[in-house]
Ligand binder design. Structure first.
Ligand code: ASP
Ligand code: MG
Length: 475
């Protein structure tokens, strides 16, 4: 089972909320770990999310506490107890008591924390992070206890002792050298003894030990980071679908799982709204050149999606179609812009100062207009900033208007092979045109492996369906 370099093989795997969401699911997790240890790899490192729904509950309770709703957070606390008790009781038949006691203790702590927030009347990001990782702490203990119950050596580890971050609460960034040292020190000895560490996803701590979180959905990132530092052979993300889907199955029921993707392609998909992986997941594994697999806990024999640095099967030009809604198309337009240097720089400078991000940009070659897309919630401040920036040009009528069109969505067609394959763009526009979809603007995706179309909200599903037919035909 050793790999080519002769080192013991290690697979880092992350189980998401539904994968640990019930006694049956956790039993499945135990089987997956046991099977992987007996057939694939000497060592397995596990990262877990909270039971599904728990992180939302924790947040809800804190919001209630901050807004003075005492009954609200008490209700949430009871719901948290119920949720965990049921799973623990069903799972650890006869041996549940110690775990019930420790989860109860953690939930008591949460209740006390809500009481303090109630008194203070606010829950700043730092306070939220202090307690938002509670769900992961309980699920890690629960999974470790289940493995031990079935004779697999295992130990729960809190990532607050492993991942060191800055103090940007709610979206903290790891400090790599400090993290690396702690991870090697904390997990190396366990792995050497053949113990399966069950690490809490999502949470971390600052150098001073203050709790932080890596952002919602951040457990994927935790797993990629730990897998990269420990030089694991692969990182597997276990979820509740058969891998990364070619589009949203709620829009197209023929959506299928994609066999292979490159890191760039999956990054593009995440950027344009496909809820595949936490967007930061890619970087650590990409830099460490580790393949990533997305697999289904409830259908473990399905190969899922394999994500690698380079595509070996580039005869599949269109791989996926994603949609991101609630966007605004901002246009800066005017005859006086022609040939005037610096308009684009000033436009995006003004947008940057608002702190809002631009998803796509397109400029016509006549240089009489620049248009770009921002999230709809940002459109008001962005237009205001532009009108201020160009106040004298607008007065001179060099720039006629800066307008915002607030009924658009971005449909992105992803596939690295697409841009080198002649005729694909033509087929995309034939497909949208013949279905009556009006394409308002076009741009090449941010990582050169996709094309994005701006369409109205009303046309978005139609566009996805029309283009997805091509993806099916090509694969
Ligand atoms: N439990 C956290 C969340 O719901 C982290 C995760 O599941 O990845 O956001
Ligand atoms: Mg997730």
């Amino acid at each position: 089972m050793s790999n080519q370099s002769g080192k013991m093989k290690l697979i880092a795997m992350k189980f998401g909320g539904t994968s640990v969401g019930s006694a049956e699911a956790i039993t499945q997790v135990k089987d997956i770990v046991r099977d992987t240890l007996s057939t694939e790899s000497e060592n397995v490192l596990v990262v877990v999310s909270a039971l599904n729904g728990v992180t939302n509950l924790l947040q809800e309770g804190l919001v209630c506490a901050a807004s003075g709703d005492e009954a609200g957070y008490q209700h949430v606390t009871e719901a948290l107890r119920e949720r965990h008790w049921q799973v623990i009781d069903n799972l650890l038949d006869g041996e549940a008591d110690p775990l019930l006691a420790s989860s109860n203790e953690l939930i008591d702590g949460y209740l006390r924390f809500c009481e303090s927030v109630h008194v203070l009347g606010e829950a700043p990001p730092r306070a939220l992070d202090y307690t938002m990782g509670l769900g992961e702490r309980i699920s890690a203990r629960l999974v470790a206890a289940t493995l031990r119950h079935h004779g697999i050596k295992s130990q729960a580890v809190d990532a607050t002792d492993l991942i060191v971050t800055d103090d940007q609460f709610q979206n903290a960034a790891p400090i790599l050298d400090l993290t690396e040292a702690k991870v090697k020190q904390g997990l190396g000895p366990l792995l050497n003894e053949g113990i399966v560490p069950i690490v809490t996803g999502f949470i971390a701590a600052t150098v001073d030990g203050v709790s932080t979180t890596l952002g919602r959905g951040g457990s994927d990132y935790s797993a990629a980071l730990l897998g990269a530092i420990l030089n694991s052979d692969e990182v597997w993300i276990w979820t509740d679908v058969d891998g990364v889907m070619s589009t949203d199955p709620r829009i197209v029921k023929e959506a299928r799982s994609i066999e292979r993707l490159t890191y760039k392609e999956v990054g593009e998909m995440a950027y344009f709204g496909a809820k595949v992986l936490h967007p930061k997941t890619i970087r650590p594994v990409l830099e460490a050149d580790i393949p990533l697999r997305v697999k289904n806990t409830f259908n473990p024999t399905h190969p899922g999606t394999l994500i690698t640095p380079n595509d070996l099967a580039s005869d599949h030009p269109i791989k996926a179609v994603t949609v991101i809604r609630e966007m605004s198309l901002i246009t800066v337009e005017g005859k006086g812009m022609l040939g005037v240097p610096g308009i684009a720089a000033r436009t995006f400078g003004a947008v940057a100062r608002t702190g809002k991000s631009v998803l796509i940009i397109s400029q016509s070659s006549s240089e009489q207009s620049i248009c770009f897309v921002v999230p709809r919630a940002a459109s008001g401040v962005v237009v205001k900033a532009l009108r201020e920036e160009f106040v004298s040009e607008i007065a001179r009528r060099d720039i006629d208007q800066t307008t915002s069109r607030d009924d658009v969505a971005i449909v992105t067609v992803v596939g690295a092979g697409m841009l080198e394959t002649p005729g694909i763009a033509g087929r995309i526009f034939t497909a949208t045109g013949s279905n009556g979809v009006n394409v308002i603007a076009i741009a090449q995706g941010s990582s050169e492996c996709g094309i994005s179309l701006v369409v109205t909200d009303d046309d978005a599903d139609l566009a996805v369906r029309a283009i997805h037919v091509l993806a099916l035909a090509d694969n």
